[in-house]
Design a protein around this ligand. Structure first.
Ligand code: ADP
Ligand code: MG
Length: 397
């Protein structure tokens, strides 16, 4: 934890290059979800309050190093100005930014056009980074969600100027450090979702760091099937039975208790309100060929609740069932509410992340009760896999 925050920087009167993630969904030229834009407001407001001059660096879409008008940040500008309550000036080219006299900025906030219009960005090109560095006095990275990429505006630039984390990055790093680097023990995790194959590195890292691992969702089917269960047409990955067994062996060696479902909600079709039965699950389970496990059952939910009660820290990635369709959201919602209650009571630090996980926690109505919910996607996952994120490493100098 050796990165600096805005509090450590000389901001007054200085030009601050702020890497932000405002890669928001846009339909017909309108921003449909401004969450990412709203989350950078504290950093920009803080820089302005300290007397600094923010110039925002951001990407939008995947223009692959070419000027692509459909991916212009111009379409984000109105939403950005609304969120900041300030005028924002778009600098359409790097040359325009270079020609700008720092004393003559027209707006409070400047925004450089889509940084990925330049091939130097994704190449992490040092000459390109030097051109960016010349535009500012201080570098502030507030885009944790882009920190798993070594790009010029996230990596090389951080090494050329006095560098710090913005408020959002700071909150994210603090939460992730509290969850994984130096957690209050006992520490546990829920890892669920569809497939083992997308989460092997996550599982391998976690079993070596945790006291308890709850495995759920389609992924749990693969673990149960690896132990010998015949789960009909349940989502499962026979190619990863060996991986599942390895992970259980590693957990055993590392002293991490693995909790698999002991019962499941079984149906023959995945449809709203589909007929379903609760079936005990274990190594000897044999389902009909047309049956599938779509959620954990009540005994499993109770076991998860009990496991949570012993924890001081909880990491969550992946739903416990096919939560998009009721009633197969039951286990995910019940477990999410249990974690939320303990967090509200002040006995649990709870950190969650993952696209579907965030959607599921919103659906359970508990998103505000968790200690921290990461919307960083890939960067969150890589952190939980124990990987070094280039954008964070560069801040640590
Ligand atoms: P995240 O995006 O949070 O990392 P994943 O993408 O790994 O989560 O997994 C989410 C998906 O897993 C959801 O679409 C959900 O329907 C699916 N899923 C969970 N449990 C099951 C199950 N038992 N059978 C089929 N799909 C499942
Ligand atoms: Mg997903």
């Amino acid at each position: 934890m050796s990165w600096k925050s805005l509090d450590d920087m000389d901001v007054a009167g200085n030009r601050v290059l702020v890497r932000v993630d405002i890669n928001v969904p846009v339909e017909n030229g309108h921003v449909t979800d401004a969450t990412r834009i709203e989350r950078i407001v504290p950093t920009v407001a803080d820089i302005l309050a300290k007397g600094g001059k923010p110039m925002l660096l951001a990407h939008f879409g995947r223009p692959k190093g070419k000027v692509t008008p459909e991916m212009s940040l111009a379409q984000i500008l109105p939403a950005l100005e609304a969120a900041l309550g300030r005028k924002v000036q778009l600098l359409e080219t790097l040359e325009a930014a270079e020609a700008l006299n720092a004393d003559a900025w027209e707006a409070d906030v400047l925004l450089l056009e889509n940084i990925r219009f330049y091939p130097g960005e994704e190449a992490n090109d040092i000459a390109f980074a030097r051109r960016l560095a010349a535009l500012g006095d201080v570098y502030c990275n507030d885009a944790f969600s882009a920190a798993h990429r070594a790009h010029a505006s996230t990596e090389a630039l951080a090494r050329l100027l006095p560098a710090c984390a913005g408020r959002l990055m700071q909150a994210e790093l603090s939460a992730l450090e509290a969850a994984l680097s130096n957690p209050e023990r006992p520490v546990g995790a829920v890892v669920g979702g569809a497939k083992v194959s997308t989460k092997i590195e996550l599982l391998e890292n976690l079993v070596n760091r945790l006291d308890v691992l709850v495995i759920g969702g389609g992924m749990a089917n693969t673990f149960l099937a690896a132990l010998g269960a015949n789960l009909g047409k349940s989502l499962q990955e026979p190619d990863f039975f060996g991986t599942a067994k390895d992970i259980m062996a590693q957990a055993d060696k590392a002293g991490c208790r693995v909790i698999l479902p002991v019962d499941g909600m079984v149906a023959t079709e995945f449809a709203p309100g589909a007929d379903h039965v609760v079936v005990p699950l274990g190594a000897g389970t044999v389902l009909d060929p047309d049956q599938m496990v779509l959620d954990a059952g009540p005994a499993s939910i109770e076991a998860v609740r009990l496991a949570f009660e012993g924890l001081k820290t909880l990491i969550w990635n992946g739903p416990l069932g096919a939560f998009e369709i009721a009633p197969f959201d039951t286990a995910t919602v019940a477990a999410a509410r249990a974690a939320a209650t303990q967090t509200r009571d002040g006995t649990l630090i709870s950190v969650a992340g993952g696209g579907d996980t965030v959607a599921a926690l919103n659906q359970a109505g508990v998103a505000d009760d968790f200690t921290y919910i990461s919307t960083a996607g890939g960067a969150f996952l890589e952190w939980m896999e124990g990987k070094t994120l280039p954008g964070v490493a560069a801040l640590e100098g």
